[in-house]
Design a protein around this ligand. Structure first.
Ligand code: DGL
Length: 260
């Protein structure tokens, strides 16, 4: 049994979609979530910049005694997880676009992937795609501009609707039947996406799989928390009110502004 916190980080509020899944699957755990919104979006940065930001976030979480780190960001995972695993002596859980489940489910043999430029251009994404996609057509789309709108609380804006319509048009033209959300910010857009693509296209994200994997690893290393009321800390490094609204359903959470 181990009461040390689970550490999570993302370029902002996106990773909260993963964090909520983790809290459902692991309700007794303590956790610390870092929202590096000062440096968002990660998706437009170079691999070297993304690695440096991941190291900075990890150093803070390790200094705070985290027992495992969830890289709650596809861009960070696909660009930096191998380096993090080699550098630190602590387990890391990452998140990658759910290509495999989509490839297994599609009947039209055409799937769509909406992700950041950093994720779609990464070599880890290229390797995973090669492994699971042979006779399937993949419509890749960079979700340019979506993360800043989400970070600024503009999910329900006209601007968001127009941008989503533009990004999703090639998917609809190509008759996809599965849409992979390859960025942890995008699950917050599911109602807006559904309004455009309807209900017959299945939306796939990796949140629950990541939560189950986190639990499996903690079980394996005998580091689950005992039955207790979990306490949670959230730190953000830019001044914004948006984060607060995403934390509503989480109990025992302390939010603070912090330089990191
Ligand atoms: N939420 C992140 C992801 O999963 C990063 C988005 C960004 O900062 O560009 O890709």
């Amino acid at each position: 049994m181990n009461t040390q916190p689970i550490g999570l980080f993302d370029s902002g509020i996106g990773g909260i979609s993963i964090w909520k899944e983790i809290l459902n699957v692991l309700p007794y755990e303590n956790s610390i979530y870092l929202a590096d919104s000062k440096n968002a979006p990660y998706g437009q940065k170079s691999k070297e910049e993304i690695i440096a930001l991941c190291i900075k976030n990890t150093d803070y979480l390790i200094a705070r005694g985290c027992k495992i780190i969830v890289v709650a960001c596809n861009t960070a995972t696909t660009n930096a997880i191998e380096i993090l695993r080699a550098r630190y002596d602590i387990p890391f859980i990452g998140i990658e676009p759910a290509i495999k489940p989509a490839a297994l489910k599609t009947l039209t043999h055409t799937i769509g992937i909406l992700a950041t430029k950093g994720t779609l251009n990464s070599s880890l994404f290229a390797e995973t795609s090669k492994k699971y996609i042979s006779d399937i057509k993949v419509v890749e789309q960079i979700g340019e501009g979506l993360v800043p709108l989400i970070e600024n609380g503009l999910i329900e804006s006209e601007e968001m609707e127009q941008l989503l319509k533009k990004h999703l048009a090639p998917m609809l033209q190509n008759n996809i039947d599965c849409l992979v959300l390859g960025c942890t910010h995008y699950p917050f857009l599911i109602p807006q996406i559904k309004k455009i693509i309807g209900n017959s296209i299945q939306i796939i994200d990796s949140g629950l799989a990541v939560a189950k994997q986190t639990k499996a690893v903690l079980e394996r290393i005998a580091s689950l928390a005992p039955q207790q009321i979990g306490k949670h800390e959230v730190y953000i490094n830019s001044k914004t009110d948006t984060l607060q609204t995403f934390l509503k359903e989480i109990e025992n959470v302390h939010l603070a502004y912090k330089e990191f």
